[in-house]
Design a protein around this ligand. Sequence first.
Ligand code: AMP
Ligand code: MG
Length: 290
Amino acid sequence: MSYLYTIDQNTKINLSGYSTDRIDKISKEDAAAHTSELGTDLNILQEAMYAAATHSLLIVLQAMDTGGKDGTVSHVFKYINPQGCNVTSFKEPAPDESGRDFLWRAHHAVPLKGMMQIFNRSHYEDVLVVRVHDLVPDKVWKRRYEQIEEFESLLDTDNTIILKFFLHISKGEQRERLLAREEDPDKAWKLSTNDWHERLFWDKYVDAYEDAIGKTAVKHAPWYIVPANDKWYRNHAIAEKLVSVLKHYKPEWETSLKELGERNKKELAVLRARDPRLAKEAECEKERKG
Ligand code: AMP
Ligand code: MG
């Protein structure tokens, strides 16, 4: 069963061919219940990844404005131990970023072994907003697809699991969400006049997303197009994908953990053999417990 679309090889993408509405009949109640079960699984998987520290996980979240990146971070990742997960939000580059190559800030933020890293926007902005607003010459952004592919390939060979999610909403849904932000005092802080302005460039963003997704989708760094008009469906689809990918690594992580445990035991035995005080303490404790 698939709740989203997987793009894992270079291909021509036409976003109008992908639904923004849910593509599975699961009810809101069932999805909510299942998302929380998946959250428990995700927590266990993340702990195994953290402890084994052989892999890291990079999650890229991209979407049109109001597409649900922030909501995904708060609803899908609330199940994760905060010690094992970091979020980087990519804003307009600061001087120390714009003065360096476009991948520098992304590379600077890649996860340590054992860690999960969420990119809320990402290096893909450099072929999206940058292209839509002509912030660099065409020949510069056109080279970037290949540069991104090589960057992600480097991360892959270094055991970084890469999952890229495009939260796909319709233009009508965006209007509703922007209006809701205007009307709801609790959401007004999120309202950005810039979002209404960017909306004028919707079609240009669609073109840019179609190329970004189609030109950088590979087996080791796939794109997932998530039907995202319904927030609860989106959360469930993403949680389900994360669990289904990570669970393949679990046996490997458990083997590493077992080896680590055995190595620790051996090291401790050596230490106790060397220092009789430590051996004695361990024996006393065993006796005390009977
Ligand atoms: P938000 O995610 O709503 O906080 O907005 C962040 C803003 O930063 C968006 O308008 C992005 O398009 C913009 N942004 C992110 N990366 C870049 C970039 N590389 N160049 C220009 N603008 C960017
Ligand atoms: Mg915004």
